[in-house]
Ligand binder design. Structure first.
Ligand SMILES: Nc1nc2c(ncn2[C@@H]2O[C@H](COP(=O)(O)OP(=O)(O)O)[C@@H](O)[C@H]2O)c(=O)[nH]1
Ligand SMILES: [Mg+2]
Length: 369
């Protein structure tokens, strides 16, 4: 209740992707919050193909508090959450999954705790000592615990927290919006990005969460999501001085070294090619592998397919060969004219090669500024 006797406005942001069977039970469970708050239930759907948007629109006809943002051509969980928070009209905003894994009863608890503690951000933690987790496989729970430990190491200003990747949190927009605006939406874990970008300037606390099995539908967690998280953590450890995508590009480059060595060994020893022939095959295979992995991970939002994928490969191999030529040219010039230290000269060549490949392939292969 506000000073003027009005109910406080509360927005609940619910990202959805193919959650048709889950949205109605979610709405029914959350509507009772309307007794305590002036309620807004804001679904952000990424053009699901199972009828989720239509279902939410139908519910909006019956309940004034239900709103829908339907996105076409923009996608991704972090980006949906960011858009939902920016569009929400509440004095307090709660973000939660719409698949039933976050118990609706936790919303009122988190909001009360946020208001009582004077914090800016209240996380529903799955790893709080009073929390409970059901419906996560042992392997996934172990992975989350491990990822959380690395996340804690990368965010020393928030060392007191236990869950850096929860999809459930309540925030005060007036304090958090300046940071929300800056969140890099290429990461899947919005909360981690928000904590990283805020550099300890937010007062953050936690409430325990009872994490439950999914009500219906499937999890969207996949290898790309895990990759994104690894990139986000490394990006933070590098003090966010290197573009996030360049970190991903460099990691893909590291996998290319492994592919190169493997193909070279097979071509020389199993197939019997000469050193030069094996090198050519290895360089081309590593280039193709780097291209395909970057296409599905680093440049996922501009992913190429069909004929564009083939033309993109030709452009990528061209860009890569120019990078190699620049590498040799710069390292030789550095060695002769700047420093006779071979290691420094090699590093100078590699640096120029990397910057060129990243900048040129962003621009000319994936058409990203
Ligand atoms: N708008 C939108 N929502 C998404 C996307 N990916 C996942 N979600 C939603 O985010 C929530 C958490 O996703 P989920 O797949 O359950 O992740 P998990 O709980 O980590 O397995 C669910 O409500 C999903 O419907 C996406 O790309 N866009
Ligand atoms: Mg889920």
């Amino acid at each position: 209740m506000t000073d003027a006797g009005q109910l406080m406005r509360l927005s609940v942001v619910l990202p959805t992707f193919n959650e048709c069977d889950n949205v109605e039970p979610m709405v029914n469970a959350l509507l009772s919050l309307g007794d305590q708050y002036d309620l807004e239930l804001l679904f952000v759907d990424d053009d699901s193909n199972d009828g989720t948007s239509e279902k939410v629109r139908h519910l909006a006809h019956h309940h004034d508090s239900v709103r829908l943002i339907r996105r076409v051509g923009r996608f991704g969980l972090s980006s949906a959450i960011k858009e939902g928070i920016l569009d929400a009209t509440g004095d307090v905003v709660v973000v939660m999954d719409s698949d039933g894994q976050h118990e609706p009863a936790a919303v009122a608890q988190a909001v009360s705790a946020l208001l009582a503690s004077g914090s800016d951000l209240m996380i529903g933690s799955r790893f709080h000592h009073q929390a409970s987790i059901q419906g996560l496989s042992e392997q996934r729970e172990r992975n989350s615990t491990w990822a959380n430990a690395v996340a804690r190491f990368s965010l020393p200003r928030y060392r007191h927290l236990t869950d850096y990747m929860s999809g459930f949190f309540a925030l005060r927009p007036e304090r958090c919006l300046p940071f929300v605006r800056q969140v890099d939406v290429n990461g899947f874990k919005f909360l981690y990005e928000l904590l990283a970008i805020s550099h300890g300037h937010l007062a953050v606390a936690e409430v325990p969460l009872r994490f439950q099995p999914r009500t219906a539908g499937e999890s969207k967690l996949n290898l790309a999501v895990i990759w994104d998280l690894g990139v986000s953590i490394l990006h933070t450890l590098l003090l966010r001085m290197v573009p996030r995508r360049a970190v991903s590009f460099a990691l893909v480059g590291a996998t290319g070294i492994g592919i190169h060595l493997l193909v070279f060994a097979v071509m020389q020893q199993a197939v019997g090619l000469s050193f030069e022939q094996a090198q050519v095959v290895a360089v081309v295979c590593a280039g193709c592998s780097n291209y395909l992995i970057n296409n599905v991970l680093t440049f996922r939002s501009q992913q190429l397919s069909g004929m564009a994928l083939v033309f993109g490969l030709v452009r990528f191999l061209l860009v890569t060969s120019l990078g190699m030529a620049a590498n040799v040219g710069v390292s030789s010039a550095f060695f002769r004219q700047v420093s006779p230290q071979p290691l420094l000269a090699l590093l100078a060549g590699i640096a120029v090669d990397f910057v060129w490949k990243y900048a040129a392939s962003s621009r000319f292969v994936w058409n990203s500024p």
